[in-house]
Design a protein around this ligand. Structure first.
Ligand SMILES: [Fe+2]
Ligand SMILES: [Fe+2]
Length: 202
C-alpha cells in the first residue's frame, strides 16, 4: 500500500527530483516519529501517506500560477492527493483524513491530533535541514511548535541541540557534541524566528 502511494507520488512529480526527495525525507521522519509515539499500524500508514503527498499542491499551483504560496499548496493539494489515493483503492475514510492533514500542513494552529502534529514536525525537520536554518531558529521553532514526546528530542538529536534532547530517546548520545560546529549557515543567526516566518501561513 505505502509502496504504491510512493510510486504514485514519484510519478506525479515527474522529473522534479528535489520535490521527490523532500517527500521521501518527510515520510522517513514521519514514520519514525509515528513508531516512537506508538501509533497503530493503520494510523501510521495514514500518516505516512499524508507525508508522501503533503506537497503535491506545489506542482498544481506552479503549473497554474507559475509560483506557489503556502496557502495555495494547502488549497490545491488535497484534491490532487485524493486522486492519487483513490486510483490505488485507498479507503475513503483514510483519504478524507489525509486531505485534512494536507489542507493544513502549513497551519500549526489547525489542530492537536497526533497524526497532524507528526506531519508538521516531520516537515519542519526536513525544512530546517534543506533551508539551512540557523540553530537558534531551529531551537525556538521546535520548542514552540513540536508537541509529540519524541519529536523534540529527535530534533535535538538531528541538530545536536542538547537543550532539546532527553536521555530516553533511542540514539541519544552526549558524546556527539563536536559535530555542531560543522553545520554551516547561509542565513543570519540574528533572526531566531527565521524558520517560522519562512514556513507557515499567518
Ligand atoms: Fe508544504
Ligand atoms: Fe514540505
Amino acid at each position: 500500500m505505502i509502496g504504491n502511494v510512493t510510486l504514485g507520488m514519484i510519478e506525479f512529480f515527474g522529473n522534479d527530483r528535489r520535490r521527490i526527495a523532500h517527500a521521501l525525507k518527510v515520510y522517513a521522519y514521519a514514520v519514525t516519529i509515528a513508531e516512537l509515539e506508538g501509533l497503530s499500524p493503520e494510523k501510521r500508514d495514514m500518516t505516512a501517506m499524508a507525508a508522501l503527498l503533503h506537497d503535491v499542491g506545489v506542482r498544481i499551483a506552479e503549473e497554474k500560477y507559475g509560483s506557489c504560496t503556502f496557502r495555495q499548496q494547502e488549497e490545491m493539494g488535497p484534491a490532487a492527493a485524493a486522486e492519487i489515493l483513490s486510483a490505488r483503492n485507498i479507503a475513503p475514510a483514510f483519504i478524507d483524513r489525509i486531505k485534512f492533514l494536507i489542507a493544513h500542513h502549513h497551519s500549526p494552529q489547525a489542530g492537536e491530533d497526533i497524526d497532524f502534529r507528526i506531519l508538521l514536525e516531520a516537515d519542519f525537520l526536513v525544512n530546517f535541514e534543506e533551508e539551512d536554518i540557523p540553530l537558534t531558529s531551529v531551537e525556538l521553532t521546535a520548542q514552540k511548535h513540536f508537541r509529540t514526546k519524541s519529536g523534540l528530542p529527535y530534533c535535538g538529536l538531528c541538530f545536536l541541540l542538547h537543550s532539546l534532547q532527553q536521555p530516553h530517546l533511542p540514539g541519544y548520545n552526549k558524546g556527539r557534541k563536536g559535530r555542531r560546529t560543522h553545520i554551516r549557515h547561509r542565513h543570519s543567526e540574528k533572526d531566531p524566528l527565521y524558520a517560522e516566518k519562512h514556513w507557515q501561513n499567518d
